[in-house]
Design a protein around this ligand. Structure first.
Ligand SMILES: Nc1ncnc2c1ncn2[C@@H]1O[C@H](COP(=O)(O)OS(=O)(=O)O)[C@@H](OP(=O)(O)O)[C@H]1O
Ligand SMILES: Nc1ncnc2c1ncn2[C@@H]1O[C@H](COP(=O)(O)OP(=O)(O)O)[C@@H](O)[C@H]1O
Length: 198
């Protein structure tokens, strides 16, 4: 990167901002098939954290794809770029001391390693929102599975595009076995020690 000179000697650090907000920031990165429950849990967790006085930001695949990522589709290369930009966005919030809840399918190990690399392994909490493909298809919240079966959507995750289950996520939530309040509580319990100032 020639002629680019990033500012590293900032007057205000992430710690200053965390101190102001009385919280520690982290990125909660929710992954899983379409319809597994990422957005639903993310919204519940955000609501609860807000009620407890934490400053949060939600970043969702569908939402970012209407703005910063609106020129990207679902090829492998586009998904990588989608996640790279989304992770860079999450990092801006992280460095502002904000608890950042991200929900992106993030289907491959390579894509998730990219996200973790941008954010920093220490601050990247990978949450696997897991429901079997058949259950997600049964739910078919947005009618996308039906369209994909008819061939109206190509590169659909789990059908004609891969989803690689993570090997060692920070947390796994089986949304076909536990209800929404239970999944929400499990996630809150897991992250609270990471975001509270001791
Ligand atoms: N081909 C294909 N495969 C999967 N999903 C598709 C596809 N086409 C559109 N959609 C819609 O896009 C949402 C997923 O976007 P993401 O940015 O999370 O995907 S990725 O992480 O880049 O793989 C996804 O949102 P969720 O259902 O919330 O996962 C869908 O609404
Ligand atoms: N335990 C659970 N956690 C989250 N969602 C659940 C759960 N059980 C059933 N659901 C339902 O599954 C669907 C998940 O949809 P959504 O959150 O949009 O998934 P995603 O964001 O992963 O595409 C919703 O209709 C939700 O009500």
């Amino acid at each position: 990167m020639q002629n680019i000179h990033p500012i590293f000697d900032k007057v205000l650090s992430r710690q200053h901002k965390e101190q102001l907000l009385q919280q520690k920031s982290v990125v909660i990165w929710m992954i899983g098939l379409s319809g597994s429950g990422k957005s639903t849990i993310a919204k519940e967790v955000e609501k609860s954290l807000h009620q407890q006085g934490f400053l949060t930001q939600l970043l969702d695949g569908d939402n970012l794809r209407t703005g910063i990522n609106n020129n990207l589709g679902f090829s492998e290369a586009d998904r990588l770029e989608n996640i790279r930009r989304s992770a860079e966005t999450a990092k801006l919030f992280l460095n502002c001391g904000i608890i950042t809840i991200c929900s992106f399918i993030s289907p491959t190990k390579q894509i998730r390693e990219l996200a973790a690399g941008v954010i920093g392994q220490e601050d990247f909490l990978e949450v696997y929102v897991n429901a079997p493909f058949e259950e997600c298809e049964r739910r078919d919240v947005k009618g996308l599975y039906a369209k994909a079966r008819k061939g109206e959507i190509k590169n659909f995750t789990g059908l004609d595009a891969p989803f690689e289950a993570p090997e060692q996520p920070f947390l796994e939530l089986r949304t076909d076995q536990k209800d929404l309040p239970t999944c929400t509580q499990e996630l809150l319990q897991a992250i609270l020690p990471r975001i509270q100032i001791s």
